[in-house]
Design a protein around this ligand. Structure first.
Ligand SMILES: Nc1ncnc2c1ncn2[C@@H]1O[C@H](COP(=O)(O)OP(=O)(O)O)[C@@H](O)[C@H]1O
Ligand SMILES: N[C@@H](CC(=O)OP(=O)(O)O)C(=O)O
Length: 546
């Protein structure tokens, strides 16, 4: 092989010369959205509120008093909760449950019982802190009984899996559901203690209907219907507190939908109830022009479109699960992101822009880009947000032939598919293809070019197969930086500004991908430059030009 398989990022020098040709100066106007919540058709008076794990863990009482109770004044509420976390998601109940399940499959397998006991005492302790014994003794007793029963059940499942030497995927999903069940017992108790008619609703076994066609539209609309019926069957005035774990799906909820599945669950409840709005409550005021933890000058956005929200979550700003948008937007339900720590703030609304709602021109298959430019002529001329996705490995395949052999790209994709590797970005020439890969598990291990090794069986298998097609090399520790914005499609010269800003600040670009999505311009840079890149792009393309 001509190439070392794992190499450092390519030093491309100053790429402003390359981009100067692409620049064509465009004005940056202030951002203005056309569609507001009030413009949308209003359904029955249901609002679905989803609370994330850290919000339930840290701000349970505040949620009850400052959000749910005032919210009940003029609407009916359905509440959906994720598993509690008292510090961060990575230390929360779901993460611990996954650790316990992994531990069962290991040889010594003894630690799962300790993990269950830690979960049990954490939840009991939270209840003892939240409920004054004399005042809420009944509520506390019921809560403690519920926690004990859930944890005993969990322990039994883990013990039997340990004896049998492993799990069926269905059992693993049931283990995960314990987190949401415990959180909902907690939230329901907090509300009951404040005189609210809260009803705990366990939907972990709600999927009893058949869905031979897999997790497509039919499945989701069927599930939304069942969830709606389940809530509407409750007595008048009841406030359902619904487990954000919605059941055992083929392939497993984590594999098919991933962490953050509760957002999707809340969306389906909203669709089933024909709710007026879906509120996703977080610990951030809404969606910002960049991650506010990393960019101090980032600004809160009043509104974003569903496709912008999807691109942002996919490319690193994980404010909302990417599958959430499809369901609610089809049902014309606006999504509002709000902050549990600052409930008065309006947050960010996710609604289609007026252009998205216009009927499409032409046959649909063949689209005239200049027509889409006309439609957006009067819309703001500034990107919506910039985002970073770290933990990227670039995989390059250089064909052995001087001209591309028939089937080159097709074969490469089927090899990646066979090894279950997903590609976030791709850039290709006649004889070369570069792909940005991201994986939850680490793909490479070791320090430095010499010592670094492939750590994932999937990646090793793919590299072995790809070598039949050409020379392969891997570039570790990279990040994708993406500009996202509905208006990018009509902003002539924006790519130029983006790439030259990076170049002027000495940030090398390993790979560029532009044009596949009209609302996203992305490139791959070194991970160690990610935070600096985010800030310089934000300063030059969002702040400076205001
Ligand atoms: N563009 C963005 N706008 C808002 N938050 C962002 C953005 N990009 C990344 N984030 C991060 O996403 C996180 C989401 O909110 P939070 O409720 O704190 O987290 P979670 O519920 O996922 O644990 C925030 O901590 C924030 O720093
Ligand atoms: N508890 C699950 C589901 C979820 O949606 O979590 P959160 O709403 O806290 O992101 C998880 O940790 O992935």
């Amino acid at each position: 092989m001509d190439f070392p398989i794992i190499r450092k990022a390519r030093v491309t020098g100053d790429h402003s010369a390359f981009v100067n040709g692409m620049m064509n100066g465009s004005g940056f106007e202030s951002r203005r959205r056309h569609t507001q919540e009030k413009d949308l058709p209003s359904g029955p008076n249901w609002v679905v509120q989803k609370f994330g794990g850290t919000s339930v863990g840290k701000f349970g009482a505040k949620i009850a008093e400052d959000i749910v109770i005032p919210g009940l004044k003029d609407q009916r509420l359905a509440i959906v909760c994720s598993a509690r976390s008292t510090s961060s998601k990575s230390e929360g109940t779901t993460t611990r449950l996954l650790r316990a399940a992994r531990n069962v499959e290991e040889e010594d397998g003894g630690r799962y019982a300790e993990i269950v006991e830690a979960i049990r005492s954490d939840h009991i302790h939270a209840g003892e802190e939240a409920f004054v014994k004399d005042e809420h003794s009944q509520v506390l007793q019921k809560y403690v009984d519920d926690v004990m029963a859930e944890c005993d059940n969990l322990l039994k499942i883990l013990q039997s899996a340990h004896h049998l030497g492993g799990f069926a995927p269905r059992t693993k999903d049931m283990i995960l559901s314990t987190g949401e069940k415990l959180a909902c017992h907690y939230m329901a108790a907090l509300l009951s203690a404040r005189g609210i008619k809260a009803v705990y609703v366990d939907i972990s076994e709600v999927i009893t209907f058949s869905f031979a066609k897999g997790l497509g539209d039919d499945f989701y609309s069927g599930l939304a219907k069942v969830l709606g019926e389940r809530v509407l069957a409750l007595e008048e005035g009841a406030v359902p507190v619904i487990t954000g774990f919605f059941g055992v799906v083929p392939g497993g909820l984590l594999n098919e939908i991933g962490r953050g599945y509760t957002d999707l669950c809340a969306a389906l409840v909203a669709v089933g109830l024909k709710a007026r709005a879906l509120q996703i409550w977080k610990e951030v005021d809404g969606i910002f022009t960049a991650d506010p933890r990393k960019v101090p000058t980032a600004r809160l956005l009043d509104s974003v479109t569903p496709s912008e929200a999807s691109e942002l979550t996919f490319y690193g700003s994980e404010v909302i699960h990417p599958f959430t948008m499809d369901q609610v937007i089809k049902a014309h339900i606006p999504i509002r992101i709000k902050n549990v720590m600052n409930p008065r703030n309006n947050g960010t609304i996710i609604v289609p822009s007026r252009e998205d709602q216009l009927p499409s021109r032409g046959s649909g298959l063949i689209r005239n880009r200049s027509a889409s430019n006309l439609l957006t002529k009067n819309t703001p001329r500034r990107p919506t947000a910039v985002t970073i996705k770290a933990g990227i490995t670039v995989l390059n395949v250089h064909s052995k032939k001087r001209t591309r052999a028939h089937g080159f790209l097709g074969s490469i994709f089927s090899i990646l598919d066979k090894h279950r590797l997903s590609v976030d970005l791709i850039s290709s020439s006649e004889v070369h293809v570069s792909m940005a890969l991201h994986s939850e598990d680490s793909l490479l291990s070791g320090q430095g070019e010499e010592e670094m090794q492939i750590a994932s069986d999937s990646l090793q298998g793919a590299v072995n197969d790809l070598q039949k097609w050409g020379d392969v090399d891997l570039v570790p520790s990279m990040a994708i930086i993406s500009l996202v914005g509905q208006q990018l499609r009509s902003m002539v010269g924006i790519s130029g500004r983006f790439f030259s800003t990076l170049g002027e600040h000495g940030i090398n670009i390993e790979m560029i991908s532009q044009g596949a999505s009209e609302i996203n311009i992305s490139c791959v840079i070194e991970e160690r430059e990610a935070s600096r890149a985010l800030n310089v792009v934000h300063t030059n393309l969002f702040t400076f030009l205001d």
